[in-house]
Design a protein around this ligand. Structure first.
Ligand code: ADP
Length: 794
């Protein structure tokens, strides 16, 4: 009875209802799936049995939720509860069994303080109650009970029966939960298997699973499609996949597998798989992971093969292009280098290393290592620019001097670097080249200097300069424009033309100069005149050269010659005046001497004869000089007069040689050949020509003994050669001796008196006769002057 007592007292304490809302209890209750479920015979049997055995009107399998009690089975329950199959907690005795997790044994509820107001008493007629908790997973889910509508003192036997039946019900519920859970696990497993299948069929890889013994239990459709094999074949033959692997990759693959199977480490291998339809191979990355059970044993391998063919090809191409780049970099005539995104050198070509004398190790750790090569004056610029490039990715371009590692000498280089970015736009590399521009730089400098010089020259206010293209003057300096009175506007408008500026009498000489320019690329300076803008004449000295790079253009230098010309004019005027002035008294002197000679002869005074003769010789010399001076000034003024007559050249020469032979006994004058007849000209003037030539021949061959004259005549012309064995004339002065007042410079010549007029007059007379004069000479051996005169038939 003590147990009964304790049970009853426990029941009283069980009024605490916090157990009813316990989350864990409610979770187990929900898991049992008993709430709101249909009636089941197995539970109904227990309630019926309890009612019968205890002779009670009501028996229940009652599950207590947090706000109601639900009857999984009920026996003898009155309406409306039977139809509703549940009751609110206001009508519940069972809740006390649950909240206390103890049996509740009540003989008369009306006597129990915690039950006396329970609505089950009036509404259901519950007076006596005997209930045991249904405990599953340590949680009281409900109560198995019998009820009596009159006071009932429950016997030990009755209590024992209810306890037993309650434990049956409990077992049944526990069993149900277990089955339900098992079912759930199975469902989940099925679901996850389903998910795996769906996943493995949708991923772009070839997928397979395999048992540790190597037997494949699954391959996805993609695998079958690619290899052209069937799922069945793959499942039956454990080495079936080998036939799809490229023969060269099979051994490696087998080794990887063996290692993975032995160690249980994940498998990874790159190999080529054959496409079953096309027969071509593609690269795949195969990976497999082991799946282990709770004891750590491998139960399966999950594997995938990912197509990496394009990636592989790209890698290959990259490798090849990298290789190509290296070859290119080594063959390039520049210094080539590359750095990482941080600017630290990664690669330098041989040329770079040879020039700088630096090893790759010396520049590998410091992005500024190369600064030591750079000329101190260029260093700051280089540093700033390189920093800017590294910060912004902008192209680097800089001219800087780099020192040669061996000689320490600096040369100018154009350094360029470009950044290479990856697909995401990140800089991955810098490629750079250094091009030697030292020669170019020096040339530029020289060019600049020469341009400067040219521009100084062009801007000089001494020399007029113009550039001509054809007859047109296309550019000119201010001096030329000032000299000629043209404006820059005239120049721009193309109104300046050197032919138009050339007076008619200078046209031939000008054209000759241009001819020379065309053939020799330069013209010997010559004197001419320009017609200025206002029509006035400007005497000038002109020289020119052709532009080498622009053969159609020539540059002409023009020197204002007016001052010199004026001076010359004054000199000429003076000579003309002086010679006129001298001629008068000289003529008188000569006359007087002749008279004196006659008087003395009459008087028979012979003693003064030699003195008189010497006087006459001197007077003749001076007279000749004055005559020549007069001739020169007449030639200058174009006023030398000639007569036309038949000239017997043989007789003329005989006469001259006889006279000269007398006055120059030191030399023997030899005349050979004949000049024929038919020469027309001025006998005196021609006599002047040969007198001059023979006199010179004698004068300039002081140590020689003979002077020879050779005459020859053809139908058209007569030629006279005057040949001496004297000093000779240097080549470069041969043309000049025919110029006015020109004398050959040289110690030997200096000692011989003369004024440089003879040959000038000779040349003029020969030219007037339509003839020509040339000279052949060898210094120290002698000279031959050859005069050719045209024959004119009378
Ligand atoms: P000059 O009065 O000085 O002789 P010319 O006009 O006759 O003047 O000659 C010019 C120059 O030519 C001379 O000064 C002389 O140096 C040179 N010359 C002329 N004829 C001869 C010659 N036969 N041999 C060498 N030199 C000569």
């Amino acid at each position: 009875m003590s147990s009964k007592k304790s049970l009853q007292s426990k029941g009283e304490e069980g009024k605490d209802s916090s157990n009813l809302t316990d989350a864990e209890r409610l979770r187990v209750l929900a898991k049992s799936k008993l709430l709101d479920s249909a009636s089941e015979e197995v539970y109904d049997r227990f309630t019926k049995l309890a009612a019968m055995l205890l002779n009670s009107p009501v028996s229940l399998v009652s599950l207590v939720d947090k706000d109601r009690q639900y009857f999984k089975s009920y026996y003898g329950l009155p309406e409306p509860w039977a139809s509703q199959q549940q009751m609110p907690l206001s009508h519940s005795f069972c809740q006390y069994v649950v909240s206390s997790n103890q049996p509740l044994i009540v003989t008369d509820a009306r006597e129990k303080a915690f039950l006396e107001h329970n609505l089950a008493i009036p509404d259901v007629g519950t007076i006596a109650y005997l209930g045991f908790p249904l405990v599953v997973e340590n949680q009281a889910l409900g109560s198995f009970c019998v009820i009596d509508t009159k006071p009932h003192a429950w016997s030990e036997r009755e209590i024992g029966i209810v306890r037993e039946l309650a434990s049956f019900v409990t077992t049944e519920i526990a069993l149900r939960i277990e089955i339900a859970e098992h079912q759930q696990v199975t469902e989940r497993l099925q679901e996850s298997e389903q998910n795996f299948r769906v996943l493995s069929e949708t991923v772009p890889q070839l997928v397979w699973t395999m048992f540790p013994n190597g037997r494949r239990d699954y391959v996805n459709q993609r695998w079958c499609d690619y290899t052209g094999s069937t799922r069945e074949r793959m499942q039956s033959d454990r080495w079936a996949h080998f036939q799809f692997i490229h023969p060269d990759d099979r051994e490696g693959n087998r080794a990887f597998w063996q290692h993975a199977l032995q160690t249980g480490e994940p498998f990874e291998s790159e190999h080529r798989l054959r496409n079953g339809h096309t027969g071509t191979y593609r690269w795949f990355l195969a990976r497999a992971m082991p799946v282990r059970n709770e004891t750590g044993e491998i139960v399966k391998w999950f594997g995938t093969a990912t197509d990496i063919d394009e990636q592989k090809r790209a890698e290959q191409q990259l490798k090849e292009s990298e290789e190509n780049w290296r070859v290119l970099a080594e063959t390039m005539p520049q210094l080539v280098w590359s750095t990482g995104p941080d600017g630290v050198h990664e690669y330098t070509n041989q040329r770079w290393r040879d020039y700088t004398g630096l090893t790759p190790e010396q520049v590998q750790n410091n992005r500024w290592a190369h600064l030591q090569l750079i000329h101190p004056d260029d260093r700051e610029g280089t540093r700033a620019l390189w920093q800017h490039a590294l910060d912004t990715g902008a192209m680097y371009e800089h001219e800087e001097r780099l020192s040669n590692g061996q000689t320490g000498a600096y040369r100018w280089f154009l350094v360029r670097a470009m950044s290479i970015r990856d697909e995401a736009g990140q800089i991955v590399k810098w490629f750079g080249t250094c091009t030697d521009i030292d020669d170019q730089k020096r040339m530029q400098e020289a060019l600049r200097e020469s341009q400067e010089r040219a521009s100084v020259l062009m801007n000089s206010n001494i020399i007029g300069i113009f550039v001509e293209e054809g007859e047109q003057i296309v550019d000119a300096n201010d001096t030329f424009l000032r000299m000629t009175g043209y404006t820059r506007e005239d120049l721009r408008a193309g109104r300046i033309n050197w032919r138009h500026m050339t007076p008619p009498e200078y046209l031939a000489r000008t054209q000759q100069a241009h001819q020379e320019l065309a053939t020799q690329q330069s013209m010997t300076p010559y004197e001419k005149e320009y017609v200025c803008q206002d029509g006035s004449r400007l005497p000038v000295l002109v020289g020119g050269i052709v532009f080498q790079h622009h053969p159609l253009q020539a540059i002409t230098f023009v020197l204002d010659n007016s001052a010199r010309k004026e001076l010359e004019q004054r000199k000429d005027d003076f000579i003309s005046m002086a010679s006129h002035e001298l001629r008068g008294p000289l003529t008188a002197l000569k006359l007087q001497t002749t008279l004196l000679r006659r008087q003395l002869a009459k008087q028979g005074t012979q003693a003064s004869a030699p003195a008189l003769s010497s006087m006459e010789t001197q007077i003749n010399k001076v007279t000749r000089l004055v005559e020549e001076l007069l001739d020169v000034s007449k030639i200058q003024a174009g006023r030398l007069e000639y007569v036309q007559e038949t000239v017997d050249l043989d007789a003329l020469l005989r006469e001259i040689t006889e006279t000269l032979q007398q006055s120059s006994p030191s030399h023997t004058l030899v005349v050979r050949g004949t000049g024929g007849t038919g020469l027309i000209g001025d006998r005196d003037r021609l006599g002047q020509v040969f007198t001059n030539l023979i006199s010179n021949a004698i004068k300039y061959s002081p140590n020689a003994e003979t002077v020879e004259m050779d005459l020859s005549a053809s139908e058209d012309a007569v030629t006279v050669c005057v040949c001496d064995h004297g000093l000779g004339i240097p080549r470069e002065q041969r043309d000049k001796i025919f110029e006015r007042f020109y004398r050959v410079s040289g110690p030997n010549q200096k000692a011989i008196p003369g004024l440089g007029m003879g040959l000038y007059i000779v040349a003029e007379i020969v030219r007037h006769h339509g003839g020509s004069i040339t000279v052949e000479s060898e210094v120290g051996k002698g000279s031959t002057f050859q005069v050719t005169l045209p024959m004119k038939r009378v």
